[in-house]
Design a protein around this ligand. Structure first.
Ligand SMILES: [Zn+2]
Length: 426
């Protein structure tokens, strides 16, 4: 059973340590390349035959001992044909025209290894309730070169209510942008509305997506030509997040949140904070005020962590503002206490992860502002509502200014000061 969960004899959550005696370490190139092939041999051969680098071929040794590319639809002909038949049967039953068309084109793609037409059709599909993400998609399994896509499937049911709410909030972004706690020049850009953000329940996982840990959010397609033409779609998998909430966040809260505040740890708030994080990426500013270029270029290696930190804190800001505007039926205290519990969950990723660092910064900044306090006797933390609101606004302002100023030195000093794990939290 453990081998089935891991799709092999290596423990994916323990850096692929083998758990069956005698199997040895996992090959970096998985099964995409011959086991005895060297990188040099591959590079030399790929200079002659670019199909060796294709996302959709396996590399094998030919009779002459040289390297040869075999397209997936030939190498795995039987399972690909079977999957294509099933997709065509599903297309025959599909009522929504966009879904029908996508399923037909995807079936074709499995048989030809030409995925672009179906990726385009997938982006055109807007009114479907059911969704199927299927085919060779992500390349993480190829640790040797990152060229080869591994097959996977998700079957998803769109959460229409949440999806409609998200579309509504995206419309309110200009109002939220105006309300940001910064001087006007830091909010002069029109906020980006990425309306193709939806919530789903995942009812089936297979292959790469199902190996070891479970994917909880998808951002596709990966084909850059399709991205340029149609953008991307972000899919948040609500029931998988629910499992994470039940199995990880609640047990952490039972240890670290003041007993009388634990009733404020709710899944609605947890999921809401996650979704608002996504929408909040559209707020703020993308170019520095001095006109030198993008925030990303100016802040270099700190750019991603700061942008994620921005989305986290502005997500909470959005909840607060939408509640004030009567657009959201939520208990702010639920969102605040659940947010704090979320910080405890994420600091576990450690100071070597950008996400872990962003959470340490938030923790220390909030602590300094008195947003919460620790009871030394029980080791639990208690949120102070008013100070939490102040801390949220202050941190929002700080991050938005760093971004607008493109202040690389300032961010570096800020990270050095706040991204420390204090002993009591260790
Ligand atoms: Zn993000």
């Amino acid at each position: 059973r453990f081998a089935e969960i891991n799709y092999g004899p290596w423990d994916r959550l323990a850096n692929n340590a083998p758990f069956i005696e005698g199997v040895g370490p996992k090959p970096a190139g998985a099964n995409f390349y011959p086991a005895d092939m060297t990188k040099e041999e591959f590079e030399a051969a790929a200079a002659e035959d670019p199909t060796l680098r294709s996302l959709y071929t396996v590399v094998v040794r030919g009779d002459d001992g040289g390297l040869r590319a075999v397209p997936y639809h030939e190498a795995y002909a039987a399972p690909m044909q079977r999957a294509a038949e099933k997709l065509r049967a599903a297309a025959a039953l599909a009522e929504e025209p966009g879904l029908k068309r996508y399923l037909e084109l995807r079936a074709e793609a499995l048989l030809t290894s030409d995925y672009q037409p179906s990726d385009l059709a997938w982006m055109d599909m807007k009114d479907n309730t059911l969704d199927v993400v299927i085919g060779p998609i992500e390349t993480y399994e190829d640790q040797l070169f990152g060229y080869k896509a591994a097959a996977e499937t998700f079957i998803l049911v769109k959460d229409r209510e949440w999806s409609e709410r998200l579309a509504r909030y995206a419309e309110l972004l200009p109002m939220l942008q105006e309300g940001l706690p910064v001087p006007p020049e830091y909010k002069q850009e029109t906020p980006g509305t990425d309306s193709d953000l939806n919530a789903y329940d995942a009812i089936y996982y297979a292959g790469d997506a199902n190996a070891g840990s479970k994917t909880i959010a998808i951002n596709l397609p990966n084909d850059e030509e399709v991205q340029l033409q149609k953008g991307t779609r972000r899919l948040q998998l609500k029931n998988s997040m629910r499992a994470k909430f039940d199995k990880i966040l609640l047990p952490i809260a039972d240890v670290l949140i003041a007993e009388d505040q634990r009733e404020h740890i709710t899944f609605d708030a947890f999921f809401g904070n996650t979704m608002f994080h996504e929408v909040a990426h559209g707020l703020g500013i993308k170019n520095t005020l001095d006109g030198r270029g993008t925030v990303r270029e100016a802040l270099r290696e700190h750019a991603s962590a700061l942008e994620e930190g921005k989305a986290d804190i502005l997500g909470l800001y959005m909840v607060t503002k939408l509640k004030e505007a009567g657009e959201l039926d939520a208990d702010l205290m639920d969102h605040y206490v659940t947010f704090l519990a979320g910080i405890f969950r994420s600091v576990r990723f450690g100071a070597s992860s950008a996400h872990g660092r962003a959470n340490m910064i938030r923790f220390n900044f909030f602590k300094e502002m008195g947003a919460f306090e620790r009871d030394a006797a029980t080791g639990t933390y208690r949120v102070h509502f008013d100070k939490m609101t102040e801390a949220m606004n202050a941190l929002s302002e700080k991050i938005l200014r760093f971004q607008g100023d493109g202040d690389y030195e300032g961010v570096a000093a800020f990270v050095a000061k706040y991204a420390q794990v204090e002993p009591e939290l260790q």
